[in-house]
Design a protein around this ligand. Structure first.
Ligand code: UD1
Length: 347
């Protein structure tokens, strides 16, 4: 049994990962969050789904000394899963410095702490946005990183590089970089899902909010060189993403890494256009969704989807959920928000 520090544990992917670790492993969990884009209510929902306790530290990782003092009180840590970061492509284009400060500041501080405490195992939330507008699809881990289209994507490129240099200086350190494609969907119970505290920018929460009349979906661009003119992404169920973190932790703890820094794509391998995603939702929810066509969004890549062979082979990862499953679970979560009066209107 190990103790795993999860940063950003109240966030969307972090909280789904807490559930999977608590339910499916014996590891102890310490979750750190400052609720800058999440809410402590996520912890209540995690506890409602899985009663096994976890430690909670409410601190901003950008405050190095405060963070270190708070973590020191938690005892020995064996592995870190570092989720905590801002993740909006359009917000990062409006305020890049905020993204560099938060995403890179928190990463540097948590690495500093890992070095001080000799914590050797590290998992980093990276993103397929590091590939930029890749020339050939699907992208493999060997596909070269092109210039990032967004400041968000650039923070992930730089974050990966920081970890590479860190691992050269600390030779016992072993990291796994997980490049997520587009995580969507909600927990199978229907009792937990994405809960943005401000107006969401991601497609699926906007789809489900539009379905209940609390947002207005616009498709950003219908003149891309794709099969229907809208952007193509690789949507992947958040629980499949969460599972990959458990497999990556076990891989590191078992000493299976061949390189100091290993890299994996986490996507299904299916390229899906925005319009196809909307149609999947319409099928699963049994309704027509109102939407308008609008201009391209700044920072968007045209198309990206994964070759996930490496994660399947080396981590034993096996994504289980289809696009329809993703949409149905997101819809059930939106309905739960409606039922419990927690849903907010962004109109
Ligand atoms: C990006 C990253 C992804 C990361 C995510 C975090 C890429 C390729 N992917 O996802 O790895 O996890 O940020 O936020 O950079 N759209 C609309 N209307 C809307 C909202 C979105 O048409 O109202 C379209 C977008 O233009 C895009 C697709 O839906 O084509 C998905 O957008 P979104 O959910 O915001 O994710 P990405 O920016 O692709």
């Amino acid at each position: 049994m190990a103790t795993i520090l999860v940063t950003g544990g109240a966030g969307y992917i972090g909280s789904h990962t807490l559930i999977e670790i608590l339910e499916n492993t014996h590891h102890e969990v310490i979750s750190v969050d400052n609720f800058s884009n999440s809410s402590a209510k996520a912890y209540d929902r995690v506890a409602g789904i899985c009663p096994r306790p976890f430690k909670r530290v409410d601190v901003d990782l950008c405050h190095r000394h405060e963070m270190a003092a708070a973590l020191d009180a938690c005892g020995k840590i064996d592995a870190i899963i570092h989720f905590a970061a801002f993740k909006s492509v359009p917000d990062s284009m409006k305020d890049p410095v905020r993204y560099y400060d938060n995403n890179l500041g928190s990463l540097q501080n948590i690495l500093y702490y890992a070095a001080q405490k000799g914590i050797r195992h590290f998992i980093f939330s990276s993103s397929c946005s590091v590939y930029g507008n890749a020339a050939a699809l699907p992208v493999t881990e060997a596909t070269p990183m092109l210039a990032a289209e967004s400041a968000y994507g650039h923070t992930k490129q730089v974050g990966e590089e920081i970890i590479r240099f860190f691992s050269k200086a600390h030779t016992s350190f072993q990291a796994v970089l997980l490049r997520y494609f587009n995580p969507v969907g909600a927990h199978k119970s229907g009792l937990h899902g994405e809960m943005p505290v401000t107006r969401p920018n991601n497609l699926v929460p906007i789809i489900t909010q539009t379905a209940v009349g609390k947002n207005a979906l616009m498709v950003f661009g219908n003149d891309y060189p794709t099969r229907d003119g809208s952007c193509v992404r690789d949507y992947i169920h958040v629980t499949d993403i969460a599972d990959a973190h458990i497999q990556a932790v076990e891989y590191l703890l078992a000493g299976k890494s061949k390189q100091p820094v290993e890299l994996y794509n986490l996507g299904t391998g299916n390229g899906v256009s925005v319009l196809e995603a909307i149609h999947s939702f319409e099928k699963m929810a049994g309704m027509k969704l109102p939407y308008t066509m609008g201009p391209r969004r700044d920072g968007d890549v045209i198309a990206v989807y994964a070759d996930n062979t490496k994660a399947r082979k080396e981590l034993g990862w096996n994504p289980r959920f289809s696009l329809d499953d993703m949409m149905l679970s997101a819809w059930r979560w939106q309905q739960e928000l409606e039922r419990t009066g927690q849903s907010v209107s962004f109109l």
